[in-house]
Design a protein around this ligand. Structure first.
Ligand code: PRX
Length: 630
């Protein structure tokens, strides 16, 4: 038996041999000629010369051994639909979708934007892209037209796949008008749009551009589309995420490295094995959905559950009833979801037969101890916190129980995963800090397989943003504060930048500020993340209006606040809507004009605003205090 310490040490010290072994977990059309090319740091090319295909590894290679076993289990408590696709049936649907894409002229290297609710067709579309070597860019269905337009312009997709509507708590959420609006706003509109009609909302087709998926599928029923064999470093997808600027970054993922990393993580971290079932409650629009609803489980020969619905309908026992029925062995969710369940009858945790379930994984935001204890005691299962980012694609920190059942420590997501050389540096001079001292969590290059390879279309931004932010070092910055204890467990203490985490959703405060600023009556605005009992954080806005008459009375203020929120809803989506918009006449700034964001955040959280010697107008803070107590 290898201990975790030996396992991890070897993944760093004997890197190439270690990853060459892991690479055997997937099928290669032609084997790699070298494990790693790191001749141009920080750009790492894993498994160079090898050719492979994600769709082949997720579906085709399982056909002989488990063609009739469940691959995709779709459950919608929104529509009442429930349908299981075996690997063979999934193979057929993905071939049809690949046929549709090829029929529309989509080929290797072309981008396809997927703006979809949690329906099987979304996964068919992703896997079909992988099959033909097209690069998918899934945009979360909760985003609205401006968010979508920004991503269209950056990725410049040849084709968009969408649907008439999503559904939230039983109510249809129409997509088509948002999509049409986004395409209108975009400088680089797609040539074609394929629309899946669920019969839930109007979806008027634009002649010459929009196509009906149902009709196309009928025309491609018997298509067999061979897999494109991609060189390991060729991109598989782009996934946009927020950073310090208002412009989202296109995280670019490779093909071979990603396949190997996910295949490695399934047994080593998620303890899920071929023929078993994995239940991840995230959304395909986020990285957790990409890696652990779609690719990870299927690559490992597991069935995956695709769930459309809230954790509360028909009641807060729905997830556990799904566990009883479909018998997943591992489950993956978020701390916010557990905090939502915590408001409901704990008896629901005991009502169903959960004997199949071994472990519950939680990630995406800090896991507080009361929440971890409540769910662990309620279910009688161990909870495994894990820490990672859209950029890394799979856990940086976790408890790798598949290697050694290390104890968990409350408040710590655990220890570094294979290949991650995680360190903590001083943000002042870049020196490595000692144990139990706070600093910036960073990773020594090369990043292991599966991590982002660059920012889509912007190598320079990749280097500048991620590799030049710790002084005097070329290391990958996570932009998280953290500490390491004497036993090598890490603790994550929040972001060093302006990214906030609302209910596990990563949002950029600058994007929200830009949206609010576009409101005709807003002169200036600051958005900060403020601690929230349920959602971890919420966005709070402080805005200066142009025409004070519009906020002259409490009623007018409230109406104006609602109006500003509507602007965010319609541009970015309700997911980015600030919880409050407070109106002030001046924002706290330094004499050189820099916003005192940390002071704003501290005041909003009822803390001491810190050093204010540089503030230009001290009355600005009184206004903030007054607004908060108002
Ligand atoms: O701040 C960290 C927080 O979420 C950020 C990454 O968010 P995203 O790109 O959406 O990827 C989520 C993938 C699970 C991180 O920089 N974060 C994520 N997991 C944890 C966490 N903070 C504390 N504990 C965690 N387990």
């Amino acid at each position: 038996m290898t201990t975790y310490k030996e396992f991890h040490a070897r993944s760093i010290a004997d890197r190439d041999a270690f990853w060459a072994e892991q690479a055997r977990l997937i099928d290669w059309h032609t084997p790699p000629t070298a494990t790693l090319d790191y001749s141009r740091p920080p750009f790492a090319k894993w498994f160079v010369g090898g050719t492979t295909n994600l769709c082949h590894n997720a579906i085709d290679r399982h056909l002989a051994t488990r063609g009739d076993q469940a691959a995709l289990i779709y459950i919608s408590t929104e529509t009442g639909e429930e349908k299981t696709y075996t690997f063979s049936q999934l193979y057929r649907e993905v071939n049809r979708f690949a046929g549709i894409l090829k029929g529309q002229g989509v080929g290797r290297g072309d981008r396809v934007l997927i703006y979809m609710p949690m329906i099987p067709e979304a996964t068919f579309a992703m896997l079909a892209c992988a099959r033909i070597g097209a690069i998918h860019s899934v945009v979360f269905g909760g985003f609205a037209s401006v968010s979508l337009a920004t991503r269209i312009d950056d990725a410049q997709p040849k084709l968009i796949v969408s649907a008439d509507a999503g559904s939230r708590a039983g109510k249809p959420v129409p997509y088509k008008h948002l999509l049409d609006e986004a395409i209108k706003l975009a400088q680089h509109p797609p040539q074609k749009v394929v629309m899946v009609n669920r019969g839930m909302a109007e979806m008027p087709l634009v002649a010459g551009r929009d196509l009906d998926y149902g009709r196309l599928r009928g025309e491609h029923m018997n298509d067999e589309v061979p897999c494109e064999w991609l060189e390991s470093s060729e991109p598989s997808y782009i996934l946009y995420t927020s950073g310090t600027t208002g412009k989202p970054k296109g995280v670019q993922r490779d093909t071979g490295g990603y396949a190997v990393a996910l295949a490695t993580s399934m047994p080593q971290i998620f303890c899920c094995h071929p023929g078993e079932t994995f239940f991840c409650t995230s959304d395909i629009g986020w990285v957790v959905g990409h890696s652990y609803i779609v690719y990870g489980p299927l690559l490992a020969g597991c069935a995956t559950i695709l769930y459309e619905g809230t954790p509360l309908r028909p009641d807060a026992g729905i997830w556990w009833s799904i566990v009883e029925k479909y018998k997943p062995t591992s489950m993956f969710s978020s701390p916010t979801a557990v905090r939502v369940l915590k408001k409901h009858d704990p008896a629901l945790l005991k009502k169903y037969d959960l004997s199949s379930l071994r472990l519950l994984f939680l990630a995406g935001e800090p896991l507080d101890e009361p929440t971890a204890r409540w769910i662990s005691d309620g279910l009688g299962k161990p909870i495994i916190d894990n820490y990672w980012q859209t950029e890394t694609g799979w856990p940086i920190l976790a408890i790798p129980r598949g290697i050694e059942a290390l104890e968990s420590r409350f408040g710590s997501p655990g220890v570094p995963s294979a290949g991650y050389d995680v360190r903590i540096f001083s943000e002042v001079d870049g020196s490595e800090v000692g144990n139990n001292q706070k600093g910036v969590v960073a990773i020594e290059g090369p990043l292991p397989p599966g991590c982002m390879t660059t920012v889509w279309g912007d190598d320079e931004r990749f280097v500048k943003t991620y590799w030049n932010s710790v002084p005097n070092r070329m290391v990958y910055s996570t932009f998280d504060w953290g500490i390491r204890d004497d036993d090598g467990y890490f603790f994550i203490l929040g972001r060093t930048d302006d990214v906030i985490n609302v209910a596990g959703h990563r949002l950029g405060t600058r994007e929200i500020e830009e949206s609010i600023s576009s409101h005709a009556n807003i002169a200036e605005v600051a958005v900060v993340g403020v601690a929230d009992q349920l959602k971890g954080q919420v966005a709070i806005a402080f805005a200066v209006v142009k025409d004070p008459a519009r906020i002259a009375t409490p009623e007018l203020r409230r109406a104006h606040e609602g109006d500003v929120m509507k602007t965010v809803d319609s541009q970015l989506g309700a997911v980015a809507r600030p919880a409050r918009v407070h109106f002030v006449t001046v924002l706290p700034k330094t004499r050189s004009g820099k916003l005192l964001r940390r002071s704003l955040q501290a005041l909003a959280e009822g803390r001491d605003p810190g050093d204010l010697t540089t503030i230009e107008d001290p009355t600005a803070l009184d206004q903030i205090r007054a607004a908060l107590s108002f």
